[in-house]
Design a protein. Structure first.
Length: 183
């Protein structure tokens, strides 16, 4: 029920005059008719006060919007950390499934369970990395052995001993590899 300033209306038998300069529904400054402004009234001071209060309201609204964004970002980060911790705990099981596959022991029901576990981990966002021929990056690889190779110009992965895993751009476990270098 937005009224014009100084507009009178009756509510429950009481005559009310709405003299608010800011509309409570839209938070816009209402126009004041010249006929409604008494002669010699301090209109500029009121305008300054309204402008100050409007600026305060806008600042508080912006601070609240920034707070909400920060809380959402923090929630997402906490969720990623929790999922990453669970996936880190599952890595030894995924290693066992890989070893069973390498030895031909991944058969029957165990095969279905192993493949389901790998599919769910991939669906959640777990990425396996580390292949022979990749350039060696100490941030993603852990060199367990090194062998000299004069044909190679930069350190290169020659054999992956254990795959590495990453989730949400963060390395959960570095790939354990054998590296060939110029030495």
């Amino acid at each position: 029920m937005s009224q014009h300033p100084d507009e009178e209306f009756e509510s429950e038998g009481v005559r009310i005059s709405d003299k608010r300069r800011i509309d409570p529904d839209t938070f816009e400054v209402r126009e004041v008719r010249q006929s409604e402004t008494p002669a010699g009234a301090p209109a500029p001071a009121e305008d300054a006060k309204v402008a100050e209060l409007t600026a305060d309201l806008q600042r508080v609204t912006a601070e609240y919007a920034n707070y909400r964004k920060r809380v959402e970002r923090d929630r997402e980060l906490i969720r990623e950390m929790a999922v990453g911790n669970v996936l880190s705990d599952l890595l030894p099981i995924l290693d066992d499934v890989d070893r069973a596959r390498e030895h031909g022991e991944l058969e029957g029901a165990f095969r279905a369970v192993g493949e389901s576990l790998e599919a769910v981990a991939t669906k959640i966002g777990l990425e396996s990395f580390g292949t022979a021929g990749d350039p060696f990056d100490p941030a993603e690889y852990e060199a367990l052995t090194s062998e000299p190779n004069p044909e190679i110009t930069e350190p290169t992965v020659v054999r992956v001993l254990q795959p590495g895993y990453r989730f949400a751009g963060r390395v959960l476990r570095p790939a354990r590899v054998s590296v060939a270098g110029t030495d």
